[in-house]
Design a protein around this ligand. Structure first.
Ligand SMILES: [Zn+2]
Ligand SMILES: [Zn+2]
Ligand SMILES: [Zn+2]
Length: 92
């Protein structure tokens, strides 16, 4: 994320914004950081309760539960898909 200072979705700088303003991505609802997270996202600096910016490695897909930047599910739940989204501060 070092060289990418501006989010391509909301055109805000990662480190100074209140979270992404694009609430849907590829037809999927995005998963905000829990309000009780306690610290800004370690990757995109979104505060608790905000939506991760594009490319954040902490964001999870709301549909398949995988890392949003890698899942590639396109909003379709795979066969026997899991819809769980796990979060925890300080862990990948
Ligand atoms: Zn953004
Ligand atoms: Zn993030
Ligand atoms: Zn997915």
């Amino acid at each position: 994320m070092a060289e990418l200072a501006i989010c391509q979705d909301c055109n805000q700088p990662y480190l100074t914004s209140e979270g992404c303003t694009r609430l849907r991505l590829d037809g999927r609802e995005r998963v905000p950081l829990p309000g009780d997270w306690g610290e800004p996202c370690r990757d995109c600096a979104t505060p608790p309760g905000g939506i991760h910016h594009r490319g954040c490695c902490v964001e999870h897909c709301s549909v398949c539960g995988d890392q949003a930047r890698f899942c590639g599910c396109g909003g379709e739940v795979p066969h026997g898909g899991r819809a769980h989204v796990s979060h925890g501060p300080g862990r990948a």
